[in-house]
Design a protein around this ligand. Structure first.
Ligand code: NDP
Length: 247
C-alpha cells in the first residue's frame, strides 16, 4: 500500500499499463493525475472509474516530450493537489523498423517521447521531492532495453537509456529519502501489442515461461510495490515483469 493521500502523476495514464497503474495507486490511497497526450476522453474515463471506486483523480493533458507542456502540467497538478510525490514515467511509443530503413523522425520521436520525457518530468518533480525529503520515481522500461530486439533500435535505445538514467539519479537523491527504480515489462496485452497481430503474439507466447502474455495489472502491482513504504530500501533497481521470457 502507498501511504494515503500521496500525490501521484502517471504519464500516459489514459490507456493500457498506465491506466492500470493509475487505478492501482488510487486504490492504494494516492490522489492521481492521469496524463494523456491526445485522447482526453480516455483519460476522463480513467478519472471517472477512479472516482466511482471512491478515489481522487484529475486528467492532465501534456505531450511529455515538450518542456513547456510538462511545466504547465506540473503547475496544474500543484494547484489541484500539491507537489508530485510519486512520479510514474510510463508514456511511451514505438516506431518499429530495421535500422537501415529507420528515418531520423522515427529515431527522434521515440527518443524524445520515451527518454527525454523522463529527464523533463523527473527533473521537474525532483524540486518538490527534495524539499519534502521524500519521493518515489518509477519509470517503465522494457525487456527490449535489456536484451535488444531487431526492428526496435530506437525503442531499445530509449528503454536502455531509462535504466542508466534511473541508476544515476538514484545515487544523486538517495540520501534525501527518494527512491528511483525501473520496471521492465515483457509482452503485455495492450493497444501497443494488439497492433502486432495474433501471429506475432502466439510466437511470443512460445518463448514465455508462464505460457501467456502479461496483464497491465501485473505490471501495476510491481509499480504499486515500488511506490509503497515496504520498498523504501530498494533503489536503482530494475524489476523485470516478463513471465520468464527467454532473452
Ligand atoms: P499504449 O500504447 O497502450 O498507451 C500509451 C499511453 O501513453 C497512452 O496513454 C498515450 O496517451 C500515452 N502517450 C503516448 N505518447 C505520449 C506523449 N507524448 N505524452 C504523453 N502521453 C503519451 O502503451 P502501453 O500501455 O502498452 O505501454 C505503456 C508503457 O509500457 C510504455 O512506455 C511502453 O513502452 C511500455 N512497455 C509496454 C509493453 C507492452 O507489451 N505493452 C512491454 C514493455 C514496455 P494518448 O492516447 O493520449 O496518446
Amino acid at each position: 500500500m502507498s501511504e494515503p493521500g500521496r500525490v501521484a502523476l502517471v504519464t500516459g495514464g489514459s490507456r493500457g499499463i498506465g491506466r492500470a497503474i493509475c487505478e492501482r495507486l488510487a486504490a492504494d490511497g494516492c490522489r492521481v493525475a492521469v496524463n494523456y497526450s491526445r485522447r482526453a476522453d480516455a483519460a476522463e474515463e480513467v478519472v471517472a472509474a477512479i472516482v466511482a471506486a471512491g478515489g481522487t483523480a484529475i486528467a492532465v493533458g501534456a505531450d511529455v516530450g515538450d518542456a513547456s507542456a510538462v511545466e504547465a502540467m506540473f503547475t496544474t497538478i500543484e494547484s489541484a493537489f500539491g507537489p508530485v510525490e510519486v512520479l510514474v514515467n510510463n508514456a511511451g511509443i514505438t516506431r518499429d523498423g530495421l535500422l537501415m530503413r529507420m528515418s531520423e523522425a522515427d529515431w527522434s520521436d521515440v527518443l524524445v517521447t520515451n527518454l527525454s520525457s523522463i529527464y523533463l518530468c523527473t527533473r521537474r518533480a525532483m524540486k518538490g521531492m527534495v524539499r519534502a525529503r521524500w519521493g518515489r520515481v518509477i519509470s517503465v522500461s522494457s525487456v527490449s532495453g535489456i536484451a535488444g530486439n531487431p526492428g526496435q533500435a530506437n525503442y531499445a535505445a530509449s528503454k536502455a537509456g531509462i535504466i542508466g538514467f534511473s541508476k544515476s539519479v538514484s545515487k544523486e537523491v538517495g540520501s534525501r529519502n527518494i527512491t528511483v527504480n525501473v520496471v521492465a515489462p515483457g509482452f503485455i496485452e495492450t493497444d501497443m501489442t494488439d497492433a502486432l497481430g495474433e501471429g506475432a503474439k502466439s510466437t511470443a507466447t512460445d518463448s514465455i515461461a508462464v505460457g501467456r502474455l502479461g496483464t497491465p495489472q501485473e505490471v501495476a502491482s510491481a509499480v504499486g510495490y515500488l511506490a509503497s513504504p515496504e520498498a523504501a530500501y530498494i533503489t536503482g533497481h530494475v524489476l523485470v515483469v516478463d513471465g520468464g521470457i527467454a532473452l
